[in-house]
Design a binder for this molecule. Structure first.
Ligand SMILES: NC(=O)c1ccc[n+]([C@@H]2O[C@H](COP(=O)([O-])OP(=O)(O)OC[C@H]3O[C@@H](n4cnc5c(N)ncnc54)[C@H](OP(=O)(O)O)[C@@H]3O)[C@@H](O)[C@H]2O)c1
Length: 244
């Protein structure tokens, strides 16, 4: 039995969007190392060594549907764990933010997750089992100057997960949000040094986190011990966003 009440774990069929680098890659490797069957999406080139991949741009509905179909063919069964991780930033002050930059971030981070969840639940409903994990950010609920688009997109994931929970919670499907704080990846390396220092000063843990620390929480949420957790926002931020 592999439903939400099960306490034993059988290998899951896992799809991680944007699993070719950064946090997504750490998540994919963590699932694979634990013996699960993993497919990552990537937008170009080859998948990372040792992982199977399908090409997918999450802003394209047909590409998302095709990627799921290909992933399910590769794994020989429907996806039962979706990790919607693909995300971008296009920071800028509100008065200067273009419609294009606002829309692009929403289209990738929020609508992209919606497209993936919509396709994923087809198989999950039939199987009466599924785990949807949306990678948000501490900035979603904390806010971030110069990040109106990013913050709005990441806050939107909370409504998405909670609505999926209300709609499909009775079908053995859970939907949760993981909200990382400051994680050492290419995305954060691009932040100005003064912003990095300011974040470090405000993190109660006094350090940034590794992508592996996010991956372990995601894996736990997908596992049998977290079957009764749904619609939750799990911070992995060293206390940065505490209370939000
Ligand atoms: N790093 C942090 O400190 C931090 C903190 C909080 C939340 N997060 C969130 O965690 C997630 C991963 O962040 P990261 O730091 O690992 O970022 P990253 O290193 O920049 O990787 C982003 C990933 O998303 C993919 N992606 C971007 N746009 C896409 C699209 N339209 N379709 C499909 N894939 C797309 C990228 O693919 P390509 O390789 O093709 O570009 C890449 O695989 C993001 O949702 C981010 O918002 C990160």
């Amino acid at each position: 039995m592999n439903d939400s009440t099960s306490t034993t774990s059988s290998p899951s069929a896992v799809l991680v969007t944007g699993g070719n680098r950064g946090i997504g890659l750490a998540i994919a490797r963590s699932f694979a190392e634990a013996g699960h069957d993993v497919v990552v999406t990537h937008r170009s080139g080859e998948p990372p060594e040792g992982l199977r991949g399908v090409l997918c741009d999450v802003t394209d509905t047909e590409a998302v549907d095709r990627a799921f179909t290909e992933a399910e063919e590769i794994l020989g069964r429907p996806i039962d764990v979706l990790v919607a991780n693909a995300g971008i930033t296009k920071d800028g002050l509100l008065m200067r933010m273009s419609d294009e930059d606002f829309d692009a971030v929403l289209d990738t981070n929020l609508t992209g997750a919606f497209r993936c969840a919509r396709r994923a639940v087809k198989g999950m409903i039939r199987a009466r089992h599924g785990r949807i994990i949306l990678i948000s950010s501490v900035v979603g609920l904390f806010g971030g100057a110069g990040q109106t688009n990013y913050s709005a997109s990441k806050a939107g994931l909370v409504g998405l997960a909670r609505s999926i929970t209300r709609e499909l919670g009775g079908r053995g499907i859970t939907a949760n949000v993981v909200a990382p704080g400051f994680i050492e990846t290419e995305m954060t390396e691009q932040l100005p040094e003064d912003r990095q220092k300011a974040y470090l000063a405000s993190i109660p843990a006094g350090r940034f986190a590794s992508a592996d620390e996010v991956a372990r929480v995601v894996r736990w949420l997908a596992g049998p011990d977290a079957g009764y957790i749904s619609g939750a926002v799990i911070p992995v931020d060293g206390g940065l966003g505490m209370g939000h």
